[in-house]
Design a protein around this ligand. Structure first.
Ligand SMILES: C[S@@+](CC[C@H](N)C(=O)[O-])C[C@H]1O[C@@H](n2cnc3c(N)ncnc32)[C@H](O)[C@@H]1O
Length: 381
């Protein structure tokens, strides 16, 4: 079934942040463009590996496979356009009808594995083209067949928004893939992280010091329960939860019958064991898997489950953008959203949390933001 052609003029995205995908083209640091394109390709590679990559969510919406073909071709077309702008003076680009291409090239019947390799190669190629742009070259011009004039600078911003927006279009897949990866690698993850790093031990101690003995804490992302044990040894009472069923099965097998599969974005967070809000939330290296656009809702929901003055501790990776990555004790792809201090503070404060402390820590492969926040009396939105 043909898709309604996209006749929208998207050039407004150069002037303000996109309300749908959150991409802020005017604020973009152009030096980030090459790696942001490579990161984007990691997502398509993973999405194309899912069983239902070729299935349209509804008859008029492209399947992840069709989006991936489009992103591959966008990367190829934009590589050509940037080269033209660098080599010729004020070229006019040949018209590229994306909807016609999708039909004539029959995107929906292409082989997902082949497309995965092509999308990565196309991203790498165009990333290298942008890496070769320097100084005044960012201001070289080119004109689209409809008369819109771009510079290399505005074309790069427009281009990156396009592929980031399409990643957003298929982002329902990211949680499913991440949880499936933990589910398949739960034993290895548990074995590989059994020993608590000194930094986490210190964080447990300072979290516990902010709460009275016996305080009730909701843990988001307990995994095999290493941190919960330490929190309990520090005098707290912990409700163990995880979005990954295999971790919850391990916790139950270890005698924690009340451990529960909980998605903090959608599931009821109230404490089944008592009729009172929690005194705190421990979310160490778990909310880093929540999509950027979902974290505000998760933080509002956590604020709703905690008493005023209650303590939240969360650790996320510091950086820009989001990417799939396979590393550490989980040999399958997981989706990570990176945060900067300012953005994270804003989201926390909007959600009803007062930020008490932000620590920047260097890890083996990534930097971390370790945040302690207190539930405000008034709860934000
Ligand atoms: C890197 S592990 C951290 C586990 C444990 N807190 C630790 O520090 O070792 C990430 C945890 O987040 C959970 N998780 C994955 N996706 C999530 C999501 N969308 N929301 C909340 N937790 C998620 C995983 O099941 C896993 O337990």
């Amino acid at each position: 079934m043909p898709i309604e052609p996209d006749t929208k003029d998207w050039t407004w995205t150069l002037e303000r942040a996109c309300p749908e995908c959150g991409f802020d083209a005017p604020a973009l640091d152009l030096a980030r463009v090459p790696d942001a394109l490579r990161d984007n390709a990691t997502l398509w590679e993973v999405v194309l590996g899912t069983d239902d990559a070729a299935v349209r969510p509804s008859p008029h919406v492209w399947s992840p496979l069709e989006y991936a073909c489009h992103v591959r071709d966008v990367n190829r077309v934009f590589a050509g356009r940037v080269r033209q702008m660098l080599e010729d003076d004020g070229p006019t680009f040949a018209n590229w009808d994306q909807d016609e291409t999708a039909e004539t090239d029959d995107y929906g019947s292409q082989d997902p594995a082949t497309v995965a390799a092509e999308v990565v190669a196309a991203a790498e190629e165009v990333a290298q083209v942008y890496e070769g742009v320097g100084g005044d070259q960012w201001q070289r011009r080119g004109t689209r067949s409809n008369g819109d004039v771009f510079t290399v600078d505005t074309l790069a911003r427009y281009h990156l928004h396009d592929v980031v927006h399409h990643a957003h279009d298929v982002s329902h897949v990211t949680k499913r893939v991440t949880v499936a990866s933990y589910d398949a690698w739960a034993q290895e993850y548990a074995a590989g992280t059994a020993e608590m790093p000194g930094s986490v031990r210190d964080a447990v101690a300072s979290f516990a010091a902010r709460l009275p003995a016996g305080a009730r804490v909701l843990e988001v992302g307990s995994a095999a329960g290493r941190d919960a044990e330490a929190l309990e040894q520090a005098g707290l009472s912990v409700r163990r939860t995880d979005i990954t069923p295999a971790f919850v099965a391990m916790l139950r097998a270890a005698g924690h019958d009340d451990a529960a599969v909980v998605d903090p974005l959608t599931d009821d967070l109230t404490d089944p064991t008592r009729d009172a809000p929690y005194d705190g939330v421990w979310a160490s290296a778990s909310l880093l898997h929540v999509r950027r656009e979902d974290l505000p809702d998760v933080l509002v929901r956590l604020a709703g489950a905690v008493r005023p003055g209650g303590v939240l501790r969360l650790a996320v990776k510091e950086g820009d953008g989001a990417r799939f990555s396979t590393h550490g004790h989980v040999g399958a792809p997981r989706h990570f959203t990176f945060w900067r201090e300012d953005g994270l503070r804003a989201v926390l404060e909007e959600a009803g949390w007062e930020v008490a402390e932000v620590e920047h820590a260097s890890g083996e492969r990534d930097d971390w933001l370790d945040v302690t926040a207190l539930r405000r009396e008034d709860r934000g939105r």
